[in-house]
Design a protein around this ligand. Structure first.
Ligand code: UD1
Length: 354
């Protein structure tokens, strides 16, 4: 049995395609939901629309400080794993959230091998909780699946060469799998709160932007000048703050959107403003210029030819990037061919002999 641990939005999307590949390869899997994301529009809606198998258990850890949330997860994941009879052959972890590091610490201490999907990424900014989560998880993992060759090289510089596989990116698999389904199920006009036409898509949820009022105001004042409406699906954490702000009239905050709704927004939008990790890649694959509201990115390949531009919260840098889109002919495919999840399933099957 493989136990997959998920807890946050992007992990539900990744698990949808990997879990399907596991089923098709006859690999027995149980999914554990840590409960890190718990609002209906942050969790349940993904399970329903992506056809994920029901989770075996929801540990319902909810929110808390990093230490508290992670500790609660470690305790509950450990109890769950120890109650499995026989013990799982491996635990599978995605990305860089607190659910990821908690799974890694719980499993490694009771000698359950760890498989890490999206291994080897680094922002080189240790003030990001995700950076700590990535480093620790990679160094505890037995199998490390990388999206491209740069994380493979990064792992090598950290002395990790065994069990490393470049397989492509599972989020690309998800986009390839769900884009047509999204088109058949979702109407753009049901998602956007303004008439059809050019529009931008924004997601802003990193504490470095949302918890610093100067940074947030700088970003919002740039968006005020982009000359088109901008839709902003707001993370529940920021709902209260938004209500207190004087928002630009072209910025439309909406409830968090589902994955299929996000694919429709991405496919129709003109440009993307984001501090999310995954959305940078999705914008790139959809050939949409991306303005990244952070000081660095783990997804360095997206920076090539100006498809993704790092601006931080600097207003003039944001506007400069927004007004200078890349040459459409300069786009190159990155992060695989839509078969990452199949490769992952084949390697897992071979390694753990199902
Ligand atoms: C987490 C990940 C981040 C990922 C993001 C995807 C960590 C350290 N960060 O960030 O890498 O990009 O998920 O969305 O794991 N909250 C709700 N309802 C929910 C969930 C959260 O209201 O369903 C609020 C709570 O106030 C909570 C805050 O959001 O304290 C932050 O949630 P948390 O899961 O800790 O981190 P994210 O910012 O979502």
């Amino acid at each position: 049995m493989i136990i997959s641990i998920v807890g946050a939005r992007p992990q539900f999307v990744k698990a949808a395609v990997v879990s399907k590949a596991f089923r098709e390869n006859g690999i027995p899997e149980k999914i554990v939901h840590t409960g890190q994301h718990y609002d209906t529009r942050m969790s349940e809606v993904f399970w329903t629309e992506l056809g994920l198998p029901s989770y075996d258990i929801n540990l319902e850890v909810g929110s808390g400080s990093h230490g508290k949330q992670t500790a609660l997860m470690i305790e509950k994941i450990e109890s769950y794993l120890l109650a499995c009879d026989p013990l799982p052959r491996a635990i599978l972890l995605y990305g860089d959230t607190n659910s990821t590091i908690a799974g890694a610490i719980a499993a490694s201490k009771i000698h359950i091998p760890i498989i890490h999907v999206e291994a080897g990424l680094r922002s080189f900014n240790r003030r990001m909780p995700e950076e700590i989560n990535r480093i620790v998880t990679d160094h505890l993992s037995e199998i490390l699946f990388c999206s491209s060759d740069s994380p493979v090289n990064q792992l090598e510089t950290e002395g990790i060469t065994k069990g490393v596989y470049e397989v492509g990116d599972v989020m690309y698999d998800a986009m390839a799998t769900f884009s047509e389904i999204a088109k058949s199920k979702i109407n753009l006009t049901d998602v956007i709160p303004f008439p059809e036409g050019d529009f931008a898509l924004a997601t802003i949820h990193r504490p470095s932007n949302t918890d610093n009022i100067d940074n947030l105001n700088s970003i919002l004042s740039a968006i005020a000048e982009i000359g088109m409406p901008c839709i902003w699906p707001v993370h529940p954490r920021n709902k209260k703050k938004i209500a207190e702000l004087d928002l630009p009239s072209n910025l439309y905050p909406v409830e968090p959107v589902s994955y299929l709704e996000m694919l429709i927004l991405l496919s129709h939008c003109t440009k993307v403003f984001t501090d999310s990790g995954g959305l940078q890649k999705e914008a790139y694959w959809m050939k949409k210029p991306c303005i990244t509201l952070r000081e660095e990115t783990e997804w360095i390949e997206t920076l090539e030819n100006g498809w993704n531009v790092i601006t931080g919260s600097n207003k003039s840098a944001i506007l400069d990037a927004a007004n200078n889109p890349p040459d459409p002919d300069s786009w190159k495919p990155v992060y695989g061919d839509g078969r990452a999840s199949v490769r992952i399933a084949e390697i897992v099957k071979k390694q753990y002999a199902y």
